[in-house]
Design a protein around this ligand. Sequence first.
Ligand code: ME8
Length: 643
Amino acid sequence: MSDSKKFYITTPIYYPSGNPHIGHCYTTLACDLVARMKRMQGYDVMFLTGTDEHGQKIEKKAQEVGVTPKEYVDDIVANFKKLWGRLGITYDRYIRTTDDYHVESVQKIFKELYDRGYIYKSEYKGKYCTPCESFWTESQLVDGKCPDCGRDVTDASEEAYFFKLSEFGPKLKELLLDEDRNFLEPKTRVNEMINNFIDPGLQDLCVSRTSFTWGIPVSFDEKHVVYVWVDALSNYITALGYMNSAYDDFDKYWPADIHVMAKEIVRFHSLIWPALLMALDIPLPKKIYGHGWITFGGGKMSKSSGNVIDPFILADRYGVDALRYHLLREMPFGSDCPYNNEMMFNRINSDLANDLGNLVSRTVAMAVKYFDGTLPAEKEFTDADNDLLAQLDELPAFVAENYESFHIADALERIFKVIARANKYIDENEPWVLAKDEANKPRLAAVLYNLLDAVRRCTILLSPAMPNTAPLIYEQIGAADANTKWEDASVKYSLPADVTVKKGPVLFPRIDVAKELEELDAMSAPKRELPSEPLKDITKFDNFAALDLRAVKVISCERVPKSDKLLKFIVDDGFGERQVLSGIAKYYDPEDLIGKTLAMIVNLEPRKMMGYESNGMIMSVRDGDKFRVVEFPDDIKAGADIS
Ligand code: ME8
């Protein structure tokens, strides 16, 4: 295969600090769509995704749940891979930054940059939270305090290595402004990068830290670990075997055709990454594309915002292809897109069930009804076919261009316009009227053949978005699996003249929007953990009024000898002292209760326990399998009645 027929596409490597969500799905699906199209066009594709597994955040998360960072990420990486499997993502390689070969390469890259004079040792100054052992920048602080624990931070510094990013301003500006190159899309991001970062002056970048250990050690100074971006960005070349022997594809696939990501990390990819590559004397990637965010209730959907809609549930309930289509169809080029389930259901109903599903089922049903499923070879084509055919002819180039430039929603919209045109063609040509007269059979056959061929051509173009649906449609329209090449979408009438159709199941059942919304709501409502004691029967107010509930002060408290359950109290009930027993010895040190103001039922009949008389009952509340006394503040007087 010639060099020009290779295509290298990447997603960001995601942080496995939490499970993947719909936001990660969009980038990965968009790349999958383009990778699939390129393969259909005969390209040798390398589609890379993976996970960015080092750093302080992951170190802390692992600590919180009591596992090693590697154990922590292993679990989440398994979920990423499971989700990509479920969504039919056809990545060719999955890189983990904890993979040995990546670690080895990053150490070599760091050393190389140091040897070339682009990395130097200095001091990192920041705001330090001592209990969290974390450095923060001024902008990360929340009200001037540690964003993690809310405590005060102090000015501190640590030894660190820096990358001379400041040297690259002019070259980066030239790169971003190069009209022929079109390095960064969408164009609006170019101005953002220049106005906000390059023109004010790029700062050198801190590339090592000593305040945490979960990272790649700097080979020549082991108390440092490589900090974030040199480790993460290098994945795009280490995964091809750059400075390691795990793979041997660097010369074949580099430079990347496109790095895809959302807008918040465009800065790193369009400034730091090219600067690192220039410093290493490596060719730059051809393009960076920063799409918008899938938002939810106004903010970026993220692991920490707790508003994550479970892609597994959506795929299981509505089908992988419906979910794929919806996400790809909804996200406009370069801007944000709100996610909500109702929009998805409406989209499935209108585009997939109504337009595409109906076109396929009506066309196949008519071929069965009027020709027993096999069209006659004799057909009468007329000028009435021209408009539909012209639209089909223009479609493949438009879709290819727009898929490749990540105007995916526009491409899909256009395909569905042609599908709508085909539906209209049915109404214009009224096959049910033609069928009434035997003399019209050749015309009727031509109408149905045009429709089947339109379905075939549109399905080829849709197949990168809906890879599971395409074969089902091919089967129904008698195209079998012969139509998997992109160029077949440009070929008119490639179905056999006597094509045989086959009725199949409904492709996209209509969704009852109100009912589904209700069911999803019920699923996402937080599950209540019911108390272990069920509610008792209703009782009369008098039964309550008969109980005398008071605040009492604990004068003394000690364990009952030979009992591991009972504590013996002397309490002041406001009128005098009395002795009372309570079965809470397992949960308290007696000394801790002395002086406390507790709740007590004071008019229960006296009872003997372990030889001691108990005059009343101290009230406590269940806390899991423990009990805690009900307490009042100190200023509540002994004997105060509780109602
Ligand atoms: O930034 N809408 O990892 P990350 C659209 N490890 N896309 C979204 C999204 C949303 N709501 N949420 C996430 C990192 N994404 C680094 C990257 S690359 C060398 C290192 C997608 O787990 C989108 O692609 O925070 C975004 O850029 C990426 O996930 C951020 O993933």
